[in-house]
Design a protein around this ligand. Sequence first.
Ligand code: 3HC
Length: 699
Amino acid sequence: MSEVVSYALEGDVAVITVDNPPVNALSLPVRRGLAQCVERFAADASAKAAVLFCAGRTFIAGADITEFDKPIEEPWLPKVVHQMEDCVKPIVAAIHGTALGGGLETAMACHYRVAVDTAQVGLPEVTLGLLPGATGTQRLPRLAGVQAALDAMISGKPMPAKIAHEKGIIDALVDGELKAGAVKFAKALVNEGKGPRKVRDIKIDAASLPATFFADYRKSMAREARGFFAPEQIVKCVEAAVALPYFDAVARENALFMECMASTQSKAQRHMFFAEREVAKVPDVPKDTAMRAIKQVAVIGGGTMGGGIAMNFANVGIPVLVKEINQEALDRGMNIIRANYEGTVKKSKLTQAQMDKCMALITPTLDYNAIGDADLVIEAVFETMSVKKEVFEKLDTVCKPGAILASNTSSLNVDEIAAFTKRPQDVIGLHFFAPANVMTLLEIVRGAKTSKEVIATCMTLAKTIRKIGALVRVCFGFVGNRMYFPYVREAQRMMLEGVAPERLDRVAHEWGMAMGPHAVSDLSGLDVFDKLNKEWKDKPNDPSYCRMIGVLVSKGRLGQKSGAGIYKYEGRNAVPDPEVTALAKAEAAALNIPQLEVTDTEIIERLFYAMINEGALILEEGIAMRPSDIDVVYCHGYGMPRHRGGPMQYADTVGLDRVYQAMQKYRTRYGDLYWTPAPLIEKLVKAGKTFEQWSSDRA
Ligand code: 3HC
């Protein structure tokens, strides 16, 4: 018998137990074991019914994603689930934890489903660029209805057992111990003479669907699904479920699943799945490193950033003080926080009671001494070293020993900041991304002297406040902004070369970016970039470098906030401005920069290869631990679409040799300053390797 799936009798009920830690994924041994156990159950005259149960923390959480890059070995999951469904004696799935993907598909092939009320069920394949490929697209519409099934599969979001019960996905909720409850349920079936029920026999009520149902559904998901391949494939499967006999529709599901599997999008999204887990692992900070308790937080600076940071803590029940320098600033800050929460309440994403609870956890103060007991203090003041100095010297005098002193700087030297205190081991960078209460990325910047305890505490804290923490080292701009500078640099240079800002932004948006670089510059404030450029000590010696930002700022065009920047604004609508085009032309003439015919392909290459090259330098310098960490930073902090998998994964997808050749082309045109390929890229091209291979070779 299988090592990961066991068979035992409890009276006349067979209990088939999957035990494949950590999440009981459906690896080959599990599929084989299930097939064997179902066969044994079918042949076992003493067993009248069976329970499918899972050991450990969860029911089957899906197919084994690590197997997707290899040829799939028999028996495939669709075969196993049909074998289960065809069994002539009833099988009951007993669900706890998360029955996801292939896990829920297996449960739906069982004849009955029971669950504890803490369980969740879902079909998250879409998040991996896939569709539920083991009959899930056929079974969920039969159990929950077409609309609910589509909503679940297109969002990929799991639903609590109680809702699944209401929707008919789960037959009964079990109080108390699950296995015993499920066995009792199975015994009752036997006593009542109830046999197997096949989900596939349920008729989908096609007649009740409006004629325009699928067309309307496609329209409704268009925004969320923009650029992604899998959602449309899922809709096609459900159309097949409605229109075709079951086994014909299953064949269609299988064919569409294979297309998803073979897509570069799915590869990129699976890469992201593992990258998001890997990023939490710090080789020199072991899991058992001691941690500090964070029970009280203080934020210095109650501006938009400080307020957003404070909300993160209040949202998870951690009291937070917001310190400002005068009453007016403090009131303004608290009003922004309140307005933010009110907006969320209006959208029904928060109840008034929850908002009140959060607001009660945020205490405004003008007094530095009030923060003396805080376990963590996050500075979110003006981005100038002299201001940081003032704040950190003060923190050093008022904060209790052992308090973590963090800076929200987006670019400045954390070691220099740490040196303003007598406790550099307690100083760390916690770089939140605007809007801080929404964006999921937290760049955690370890200084040369930051203690492991402080790093471990902050990595865990990221999870507590529902962020993805990426640990990086000190350099100007860290990982995210440092790689963003060359991207903006190229966008700016192309403006001088005659590429209309709206065209460049459209091309970047069509590639998948949430917004084009010019629109982002206007949103963040051109003055912010200008100031950053001025703070940057090693700025390239190049008069054309981000030239237009300086020019526009000097004309009072600061971006959205001043009603004009690279675009002009009618309300929040960006409108191309001929004045900017004329300015760019004049600057180009002054700098002897020729007007060029730049293709869409060149726009993409210059924007992203410039960024990738900087990423390669960052890896060589050890600023980021892994290429996949960079990808996490970009997908969570910079609006890069998951289906590209981040810049480094994108480079691997394109092929490093192609990236290298294109860089050489631009090097010939522009010289060595920006386009000298990073030595790591040269090395990998020579070895015929990818960033991913380089990373796993080092692990
Ligand atoms: N395959 C392989 N490994 C998996 C896995 C899976 N389906 N799910 C989780 N793991 C691994 C993780 O990589 C991690 O490994 P690590 O410890 O070495 O980093 C470990 O299991 C624990 O995972 P988490 O850290 O994510 O643990 P959590 O407790 O936070 O979350 C979970 C548990 C909710 C189950 C989460 O892991 C998850 O969402 N898993 C993926 C679920 C999923 O997408 N299933 C669908 C798969 S595709 C499919 O089924 C296709 C089918 O339709 C044919």
